[in-house]
Design a protein around this ligand. Structure first.
Ligand code: PMP
Length: 428
């Protein structure tokens, strides 16, 4: 019995399922989750002292690698001044200015403590601003666990939302319309059915919660145009893609201008941070300047702002995103080449610093949720555990994207690809 397995048994006594966020329980791959003791650079270390090359990066934030010396020192220095004040600080002004500099569509920004809070607040604001109740989201996109967002289509894209969790009244869920990702016709059909009721579209500009699915050409532009046609706001949820797909997020990469943007993960440098912002006239609609209420005791926390600012400043280094994208390409293409060599059907996607791989015989590019659900889960589970044995920690679910960091060097990339090659060879 490993120490991780012992701890998992112990945890289950006092924490539901032994974890504080469900996917950590390894439900997607079976077996016991690793309990992590520490992390440094590209590596995490489990409670049994085993070392792994990490492609989860705390689900995205650790873009510079774990325990980055500059972030650690900035946080240690900030701690000297106290942990929380519940009053405005200069750090928050610096953070707002930095975000606005990096993401030009954001004219004003409000800090919160998680991605869920960011999307929930942005949607309330969109509803308040437009005086409309309905929202439009896409099947397979995750935006946190606010009631209105835990909804999927009942049967087909045109049905009214059915809650995907008990505890969400149908009366709430009926205001969430669900369309098909990368399918503009499914969006138009919903707008035509509810031309004056849809407050906003919210989407992941590169979907990272159904593996990694980039937008097809024209998809984002088509959504922008439809929002303008029907008077709805476009909310681009960059909690995952922000400062990861490019310096200015997926919106910079694809050249698309949303009305509102939500951020999380990278912006906090590993601390609990989220943010939402966008058009000034819309942001002015939020309290205290406007009527839409939103607040947070620990919002803009000085330690969190310090960690986030230190990380964002380090991200301004010239050439960093090109290097991150090159590493990501190397891993994704390397997986593909190794799988091809051993006759294992594999498809890959990658954008900026995120990647996905799909065990599928489908030779068409992976662009839909439907294709992802048809992938070979047995192959994934086998590959997952074999890579774990090799000392490579991938996201424990076939529905999650993988993340590279700047700390992944030649040695780690080579090690990972050699491990993948051994695993594919044995899978033959
Ligand atoms: N939006 C997206 C795109 C996400 O990937 C996530 C979390 N993975 C969230 C929102 C929710 O963020 P959090 O877990 O910080 O609440």
């Amino acid at each position: 019995m490993t120490r991780s397995a012992d701890l998992f048994e112990q945890a289950k006594q006092t924490i539901p399922g032994g974890v504080n966020s469900p996917v950590r329980a390894f439900n997607g791959v079976g077996g016991n989750p690793l309990f992590i003791e520490k992390a440094d650079g590209a590596y995490i270390y489990d409670a049994d002292g085993k070392k792994y090359v990490d492609y989860v990066g705390s689900w995205g934030p650790m873009i510079l690698g774990h325990n980055h010396p500059k972030i650690r020192q900035a946080v240690l220095d900030a701690v000297e001044n106290g942990l929380s004040f519940g009053a405005p600080t200069e750090l928050e002004v610096q953070m707002a200015e930095k975000v606005i500099e990096m993401v030009p569509s954001m004219e004003q920004v409000r800090m919160v403590s998680s991605g869920t809070e960011a999307t929930m607040s942005a949607i309330r604001l969109a509803r308040g601003f437009t005086s409309r109740d309905k929202i439009l989201k896409f099947e397979g996109c995750y935006h946190g666990h606010a009631d209105c967002l835990l909804v999927k289509a009942g049967s087909g894209a045109l049905t009214l939302g059915q809650p995907s969790s008990p505890g969400i009244p149908e009366d709430f869920a009926k205001h969430t319309l669900t369309a098909t990702y990368n399918d503009l016709d499914s969006v138009r059909a919903l707008f035509e059915q509810h031309p004056e009721d849809i407050s906003c579209i919210i989407l992941e500009p590169v979907a990272g919660n159904m593996n990694c699915i980039p937008p097809v050409e024209g998809f984002l532009e088509g959504l922008r145009a439809m929002c303008d046609e029907f008077g709805a706001l476009l909310i681009i949820d960059e909690v995952m893609t922000g400062f990861r797909v490019s310096k200015s997020g997926a919106q910079g990469h694809y050249g698309i201008k949303p009305d509102l943007t939500t951020l999380g993960k990278v912006i906090g440098g590993g601390m609990p941070v989220g943010a939402f912002g966008g058009r000034k006239d819309v942001m002015q609609f939020i309290a205290p300047t406007g009527p839409v209420y939103q607040a947070g005791t620990l919002s803009g926390n000085p330690i969190a702002m310090t960690a986030g600012l230190a990380q964002m400043e380090a991200l301004s280094e010239p050439g960093l995103y090109e290097e991150l994208a090159a590493k990501t390409k190397r891993i994704a293409e390397g997986f593909k080449a190794a799988a091809d060599k051993h006759g294992i059907p594999l498809s890959i996607n990658y954008v900026g610093g995120m990647f996905g791989f799909f065990f599928t015989e489908d030779t068409a590019p992976m662009t839909t949720f439907d294709q992802v659900t048809k992938c070979n889960m047995e192959h994934f589970r086998h590959f997952y555990h074999a890579m774990l044995d090799e000392g490579v920690y991938l996201a424990p679910s076939a529905y999650e994207a993988g993340f590279l960091s700047m700390a992944h060097g030649e040695e780690e990339l080579e090690y990972t690809l050699a491990a993948a090659e051994r695993v594919f060879a044995a899978m033959k």
